[in-house]
Each structure stands twice: as C-alpha cells, then as structure tokens.
Write a protein of this length. Structure first.
Length: 353
C-alpha cells in the first residue's frame, strides 16, 4: 500500500517533461545600461518602366530606351543610456548622437548619352545629447537637452525617440512557433533611424522649412503608403542563448500627393521672393506615389540584458510615381502625363554593443 502512495511521485518527471514554459521576451535593461546601436541601410533601385506624353506626343517613344539606377546608403550610430523602463519601452533615457551619414549615387543613360551624380551629407546632430522622457498623460515622449548642454531647440521637433526595436516583441509569454503582428509604421521608421537628424553640415536656419511641413499630414501619408502585414514568429533561442524572432513583411500602399505638392510649390515660390502669376503655374492633377515591400528578417534579442542584440532584414521593393499636370499655354490647358516604375532591393542592419 505504501508503494501506491509514491506512484504519483514516480510519474512527476514524465509529467514535467511534457510542460514547456513560455518565454518572456521583453525590453527590460537595468538602470544605467548603456547600449550602442549602429544602423546600416542600403537601397538600390533600377528603372523598370517609363512612359510620358505631352501635347498628344508619346515622349517615351521619342526618347527611346532609358537606363537609370539609384543607390542610397545610410550609416548612423547612437548610444542610449536607460534610466528606467516599463511595458516594453524606455520611460527615461539619454541618447548620444554619435554620427550619421547619408550618401547616394544616380546614373541615367538615353539616346547614347549618359550622366550621373552623387551626394553625401552628414548629420548636424553629431556630438549632441538629448534626454527623452515618457509623458503618461500625453502618451508621448518629451525631448530636451540635458541641463549641462545647449542645442538648437528646432532640431528636437524632427527627432524620433524609439531605436530599441522593442516594438517587435510579443506583449505576453510565447512558446516556440507562436506568432503576432507588428505595426508596419513602426518598421517604416527604421528607414530613417532617429528621424530628421539635421542632415545639413552647416546647420543652417531650418525654421522656415519646418513651418512649410505638416507633420500630421506626413504621418497620414506614411500610414497610407505602409499598409499591409508584418508578422513576427518566435523561433526559440539559438546556441548563444539569444531569443530569435523571425520577421516577415508584405507591405503596399498608394497615396496621391497632388494637393501637398501644389501647396509646397506655392510656398517655395513665396519663400524665394519671386513674383509669379498663379495662372502661369501648372495645375497638379495627380501626383500618386506607390510603394511595395516584401521581405523577411531576423531579430536577435539578449534575454539576459533585456535589449536588442542585432537585427537584419532584406526586402524586394517597387516604387511607382504617376503624374498628371495641366500646363497653361496661350489660354489653353495642355495635359501632360508621366509614369515611372522602379524596382530593386533594400537591406537594413542593426548591431548593438
């Protein structure tokens, strides 16, 4: 009879082997944790299709075959020092802007002639530090310079707070194979990490231009362009003990910028001080931009330290532009249309130290 009492205990190891506890992958760095983040983005596009028509003439046929390529590279480095965190986000931290560069090349060839150009701009924020604090009432971050540092207050307006990649994490415990969705807009922010880093080496007056831009309108446009689905799947831990999360995205969207382009053109003329009769300006009927992204990546998360270890993503990309304008000439409105389609690839890489 005594043996019968111990039978449940003898079966306990077998029962425990059937239980697989969920993993809690969360953003939880200790106070004072310093994380250096290096972003490397690469975009390469080639002309897939081109069409243009003006005054009833097929301009595309007149020009003939066109070859065009665009390449853009971004490198940016930041150091975040976390003071507190809650709910998969930092609530107080200081960011050091360690440097950022955007460079690019453009080339085109048609009718036996070719031309090209290149550029490189550096961030005006290099060497600056910004303190970020979560405002619970406003559900947003407040940016300010540390007390011992001076800086251009206007530049704070264009900065984005989140670089920690915690938006990719699950909101609850997960088992291997579990999936969840990610807001495509959060992923889109990685195209320009940190936001507007004042890519003007002279750090000139940006006030007038900022007034000409409507941030809320820009966010609405981005929301329209970056529609679709981004899915994350927990793949377990690797040999180094890092949580591995697979990211797959299928994003597409289209938005007509006609009103925004017309307004921007008018404001640019006003800022230049030139006197132009509005009747002489072309009427922007359509300025439709489309984008499509399809790719996958891997997020590696340091479970012990509670912050990102690395992230890499590759994606096919298509970019389209459709334009229709009415040109005033001798009391007549002459339509002109154009379509361009670019295809290529995009790569994003993040390393944390």
């Amino acid at each position: 009879m005594k043996t019968m009492r111990f039978l449940p205990l003898l079966a306990l190891p077998a029962l425990l082997s059937l239980y697989e506890p969920g993993a809690e992958v969360r953003f939880a760095p200790e106070e004072g944790t310093e994380v250096s983040l290096e972003f490397t983005n690469h975009l390469e596009l080639f002309l897939d299709d081109f069409a243009a028509e003006a005054m009833g003439q097929d301009m595309g046929a007149m020009i003939g075959d066109i070859e065009m390529s665009v390449g853009v590279d971004l490198e940016a480095a930041f150091t975040d020092t976390y003071n507190s965190a809650s709910g998969n986000r930092p609530t107080a931290f200081v960011r050091s802007y360690d440097g950022a560069t955007v460079s690019g090349e453009f080339s085109a060839a048609a009718q036996g002639e070719s031309e090209g150009d290149s550029f490189e701009v550096e961030s005006g924020m290099e060497g600056s530090r910004v303190r970020w604090t979560w405002d619970e009432d406003e559900s947003d971050y407040v940016a300010s310079y540390p007390e011992d540092e001076e800086g251009d207050e206007d530049r704070l307006e264009g900065l984005l707070p989140r670089l920690d990649l915690a938006f990719m994490l699950p909101t609850e415990e997960v088992a291997e194979g579990d999936s969840w969705t990610i807001d495509p807009l959060e992923l889109a922010a990685l195209l320009m990490p940190g936001g507007d880093l004042a890519y003007d080496t002279d750090g000139g007056d940006r006030g007038e231009m900022d007034e000409a831009m409507d941030t809320e309108e820009l966010e609405e446009v981005m929301a329209a362009l970056f529609e679709g689905e981004v899915t994350a799947t927990y793949k377990g831990t690797n040999e180094e003990g890092l949580a591995e999360i697979e990211i797959k995205m299928d994003i597409s969207g289209e938005e007509d910028f006609a009103d925004m382009v017309a307004e921007g053109m008018q404001k640019a003329i006003e800022m230049s001080g030139q006197e132009v009769d509005p009747a002489d300006l072309p009427s922007i009927e359509t300025f439709a931009v489309s984008i499509a992204l399809e790719g996958e990546g891997v997020l590696l998360w340091n479970m012990r330290a509670g912050h990102v270890a690395s992230f890499s993503m590759s994606s096919d990309i298509e970019f389209g532009l459709e334009v229709e304008v009415l040109i005033s000439q001798e009391g007549m409105e002459i339509p002109a249309t154009g379509e361009i389609l670019l295809g290529g690839a995009m790569e994003i890489a993040v390393e944390a130290n």
